[in-house]
Design a protein around this ligand. Structure first.
Ligand code: GLN
Length: 475
């Protein structure tokens, strides 16, 4: 099969009779089975995907197929799909079946997207390497001794390995952009409040957003267009009508003002090849007539700590529902209420999730609330104000997505602080709620991809996507 990079190509080949949805799905399944050692999929919805494909083939013939006919996507294992298992890659809800579909899933299916399966991720979306899954690590398809990034590692890897055309993931602190950077695809985290979180298993509710992995900006725009917009099941959603994002990609761009944060680009942990490429892109933009300025940002040191205080606090509350009574795993050793809670949670959750629940409970506890949680909220406000100030003057903030390309499996997971610092460039967008995208513009001498990140103003995904296309074109 051709290695399809965008839906348009697929739809053209379907129209000319070169391929059908059914053959397409069969080919993807073959790819998944051939590479099962990468541990990307937790489950493949084989029969069902083939059945949908056949139905969509008929609709195409009848001329009444939806906009996404021919789009085969995978779902991160924390997005609900009615009648299908969802586990957040955790033993504690292993075997749980969704009672309803996430709004995004319903909207995509309505436009005839085919869901091919659910992908492995870090447990409850907590991690940067996919090594925290209860169902084994995911290997990076580009280099199998490397991590694919996390937490949506399986999603990024499924697209990179050509096992589907696109994937949905969630991004709380970088979980779409970082794996997109490590696997060489485009990862978009929309503005907080753009895409419904209904049906997304919560990690940190004031940060979480569902977003996309794809190989083209066009597909990214098409998916966003269909997923966005008001939904009565998510009260944090904006009532703003979404754009027709595909129409926003006009290729032409006027002269833009772009900021880059000196503390990001001069960060001591930044890999020299990543730095060199970032500076080359900046230079290229300047030569093309854009204004690109180095800007001060005083909160670099506070980004990751504020993120981890606030997200662990929210997680400790969100994960309280997994108590051995309401959902999933109950310890066979439990004999009364307290032992049901204690033993089920101790045995059901993995090490990193337990660490975060304890940290979160600690920062919210009576004696420490002001010192940690309140303080982190205040810092979040300062970060937000400063970032908004920058975006008042500039169209975009440009940076590397990650300090380096994919690292070796096993090289960092014994050091949580080191792992948390992986998120240094991505958490700002989540703390502020901004849209951000990782574009696969870099490649090291070792042939490992890495991403360049663009952050834009809230609800300006159209502008962000159009400029992203331009940046891809000129690089
Ligand atoms: N690596 C970050 C964390 O572990 C981001 C996770 C995410 O975005 N879901 O919290």
């Amino acid at each position: 099969m051709k290695n399809y990079q965008c839906l348009k190509e697929i739809q053209a080949d379907i129209q000319s009779g070169q391929i059908s949805c059914k053959t397409l799905v069969l080919n993807y399944i073959e790819k998944i089975e051939e590479n099962s050692g990468l541990n990307i999929f937790l489950e493949v919805f084989k029969d069902e995907a083939l059945e949908s494909a056949q139905k969509i083939d008929q609709k195409i013939k009848a001329g009444n197929a939806g906009k996404l006919a021919g789009m085969v996507i995978s779902l991160k294992d924390n997005i609900c799909y009615k009648g299908h298992k969802v586990s957040a890659s955790s033993k504690i809800i292993e075997g749980f079946e969704s009672l309803f579909s996430a709004t995004v899933v319903e909207r995509l299916i309505q436009e005839d997207a085919i869901i091919i399966g659910r992908t492995n991720c870090d447990e409850f979306a907590m991690g940067s390497s996919n090594e925290n899954s209860a169902f084994g690590i995911v290997k990076n398809p580009i280099s199998s001794n490397k991590v694919p990034g996390g937490s949506s590692g399986g999603s990024a890897a499924s697209v990179a390995a050509g096992m589907c055309l696109a994937s949905l993931g969630s991004d709380t602190g970088g979980s779409i952009r970082q794996p997109a950077s490590f696997c060489g695809n485009i990862g978009l985290k929309p503005t907080y409040g753009r895409v419904s979180r209904h049906g997304l298993i919560a990690y940190a509710s004031s940060f979480d957003q569902i977003g996309t992995f794809a190989n083209s900006i066009e597909d990214t725009a098409a998916l966003l267009e269909i997923m966005s917009g008001p939904d009565e099941y998510d009260s944090t959603l904006s009532q703003k009508k979404p754009n027709s994002y595909t129409d926003d990609i006009v290729q032409e761009v006027s002269s833009k003002k772009i900021a880059y944060l000196s503390c990001y680009v001069n960060h001591e942990g930044l890999n020299p090849e990543v730095k060199e490429k970032t500076l080359a892109i900046i230079e290229n933009l300047k030569q093309k007539g854009h204004q690109v300025d180095e800007i001060n940002f005083d909160y670099l040191e506070q980004l990751v700590p504020a993120y981890y205080v606030l997200t662990t606090a929210e997680a400790s509350s969100n994960l309280a529902r997994y108590d051995g009574v309401h959902f999933g795993y109950r310890s066979p050793q439990a004999f009364d209420l307290l032992s049901t809670y204690v033993k089920s949670r101790s045995e059901g959750f993995g090490k990193e999730v337990k660490r975060r629940i304890m940290l979160g409970t600690y920062v919210l506890s009576a004696g420490y609330y002001d010192a940690y949680y309140s303080k982190a909220q205040k810092i979040r406000r300062l970060i937000k104000e400063r970032t908004q100030e920058i975006l008042k003057d500039y169209d975009f903030v440009l940076s590397p997505t990650t300090p380096h390309p994919a690292f070796d499996i096993g090289s960092q997971n014994e050091d949580p602080i080191k792992m948390y610092l992986e998120d240094i460039f991505t958490v700002q967008a989540n703390l502020v709620g901004l849209p951000a995208i990782s574009l696969p513009l870099g490649i090291t001498k070792e042939k490992l991809p890495f991403g360049i990140q663009l952050m834009g103003s809230p609800f300006e995904e159209g502008k962000l996507l159009n400029f992203s296309q331009y940046l891809i074109n000129i690089n």
